[in-house]
Design a protein. Structure first.
Lengths: 309, 249
């Protein structure tokens, strides 16, 4: 485990080298994977640490995307201010949704997040004067420092690495430990003096912020936004990435995002039955490796010695 | 220290707590005994804020704490354990203690420090106090039942309570574990100057720890007094200790 920081640094360096050697489609694929990796990491703060299964995360992703389109392109706000707005808007949405959702438990909490997520989709679809409805936004303006394909890639890489770093700190912080304890045993946590609901709402907010940032990057990457970005299947997709990669490992969701997007690209070239293949993969993972793909690599490491504290 | 006044709680017409008055002096070790369904756990839940009484009040250190949230009451110095073990099963014993200490030191909203570096010596100290230092790195859920209860005791102590509530601290333990736990609780309460309120079925445990006993029967306190008074009370013998009083001590 001591060698982990070195491994992560090496991994980031390798990612930084991608635009130097790779073809355009590879750069694009890695850009997309990085964005979804941040999205999945953000979701996993709730799912993995908090045990809070959100089915509405596409909503925050959509808020970030629409904020970039409306504030950045339509109103022409400078990029730093748009970025702050993305953070504030997704935090506000997650705070409100979290406030209501944590009053329910398990399946009801999930259903409420789903309903709120769909509410955000409906806003994007119906509030035409602001969102352009079905037509959405095209030709989004990218920040000046990220106009070329490689520079946009580095912009995404920098943002995602910074975001992942912050999320890593959160997961391993006192707050993260308490969040895990509310997952493990909310009653005990409460009798340790923890305001469980408040801790959970904060988890919603932090998770929402980084999901919103991921959505903003995704809109800039595609240079377009449509209501479908907030549709619930997007929430399911990122949840699948998290579970496929391994929700009890910090970097599991990154692996999940990479594997899922890579396979999706490869398999759709041969067959239109990609969802079927994905379903089969999930069945195997859920039964054979409940800790996800990260759990497979962990198996070997777990054998000798006891858990490090 | 603790004063309950005319506490009442009913669930769908079933009266679980039917006008309980009880007063605990500082340093007292008070046992609540009574048959199953007498309302012992409900009483605990009313004191610690998990349930709100229909009427009556809970005073702690002269302050009315009736109906406050559990996490607020814990902060005032009331700690409790549960009848069924309540640890964080997937965390190590050490991590369980750290979580308790983080909560106690109100650091639960800090995000830019590492939890693993916090309160290491305090955690080991508390684990040593309950005899669990050897198990620090084990996953809490894999500990034997009795040891999980000891961990729970250590977790309860992390909040530096003045009043400790233990709900059947030896339930499910072997005879040896029970003896060990009686000694442990006695020693900890003594060393830390705690006031103790506990429920228990095992009369050996009750007489081994308590200096006062209240008998709860159908949501009411039947008798309250010193261990000697309760032991010799004819009504208590009839409803609880069973007939001639043999086997009680």
């Amino acid at each position: 485990m001591r060698r982990r920081p070195l491994g992560v640094a090496l991994f980031v360096v390798l990612l930084a080298l991608v635009p130097q050697f790779a073809e355009r489609w590879v750069i694009d694929l890695f850009t997309e994977i990085l964005i979804y990796a941040l999205f999945a990491l953000a979701l996993n703060l709730m799912v993995g640490s908090g045990g809070l299964i959100s089915f509405g995360h596409a909503g925050y992703f959509g808020i970030g995307a629409y904020a970039v389109a409306i504030l950045g392109t339509k109103l022409g706000w400078p990029f730093p201010i748009v970025f702050v707005a993305v953070v504030l808007l997704s935090a506000a949405a997650a705070g409100i949704i979290g406030f209501f959702s944590v009053r329910l438990s398990s399946i009801f909490l999930s259903m409420l997040t789903l309903a709120f997520g769909q509410f955000i989709w409906a806003l994007a679809h119906e509030w035409k004067s602001v969102t352009n409805g079905d037509d959405g936004f095209l030709n989004l303006a990218r920040p000046e420092f990220a106009l070329t394909r490689p520079s946009f890639y580095y912009f995404v890489l920098g943002t995602v690495v910074a975001g992942a770093g912050i999320l890593w700190l959160v997961v391993h912080s006192p707050f993260g430990r308490i969040l895990v304890s509310t997952r493990e045993n909310p009653l005990r946590a409460e009798f340790m003096g923890v305001d469980v609901k408040r801790v959970q709402v904060i988890a919603f907010v932090i998770s929402g912020i980084f999901s919103g940032i991921a959505g903003a990057l995704f809109a800039l990457f595609n240079r377009s936004v449509f209501p479908a970005i907030a549709w619930w299947s997007g929430s399911a997709e990122v949840l699948i990435m998290t579970i496929l990669g391994g929700m009890h490992s910090f970097f599991g969701p990154v692996l999940g995002a990479g594997v899922l997007l890579f396979l999706e690209r490869e398999i759709t070239q041969y067959t239109q039955y990609w969802p079927t293949v994905l379903g089969l993969i999930l069945v195997v993972v859920l039964f054979a490796f409940p800790d996800g793909l990260a759990g497979v690599t962990k198996l070997a490491r777990l054998l000798p010695g006891r858990k490090k504290r | 220290m603790l004063k309950l006044q005319a506490l009442r709680k009913s669930f769908d017409g079933f009266v679980a707590t039917n006008g309980v008055d009880l007063e605990l002096a500082k340093g007292e070790r008070h046992a609540i005994i009574g048959p199953n369904g007498a309302g012992k756990s409900t009483l605990f839940n009313l004191i610690t804020g998990h349930l709100k009484p229909d009427s009556g009040s809970v005073l702690y250190g002269g302050e009315d704490i009736t109906g406050l949230a559990p996490h607020t009451i814990v902060r005032k110095g009331v700690s409790r354990s549960f009848q069924h073990t309540n640890v964080y099963p997937k965390l190590t014993v050490f991590e369980n203690m750290q979580a308790a200490l983080i909560a106690h030191h109100r650091m639960e909203y800090r995000v830019f420090t590492l939890a693993s570096r916090l309160f290491r010596s305090e955690a080991l100290e508390l684990l040593a106090a309950v005899g669990l230092e050897e198990d620090a790195d084990r996953t809490a859920g894999t500990l034997a039942y009795g040891r999980q209860k000891q961990l729970e005791l250590a977790v309860g102590l992390a909040s530096e309570p003045n009043l400790l509530l233990l709900d059947e601290p030896t339930a499910g333990m072997s005879a040896a574990e029970t003896r060990h736990t009686i000694d442990l609780i006695g020693r900890i309460v003594e060393e830390r100057g705690l006031t103790l309120l506990f429920t228990e079925h095992d009369m050996n445990v009750v007489f081994g720890i308590a200096d006062r006993i209240s008998v709860l029967y159908f949501g009411k306190i039947l008798v309250s007094g010193t261990t000697g008074e309760v032991r010799s009370n004819p009504e208590v013998k009839r409803v609880y200790l069973g007939g001639g009083g043999h086997g009680a001590a």
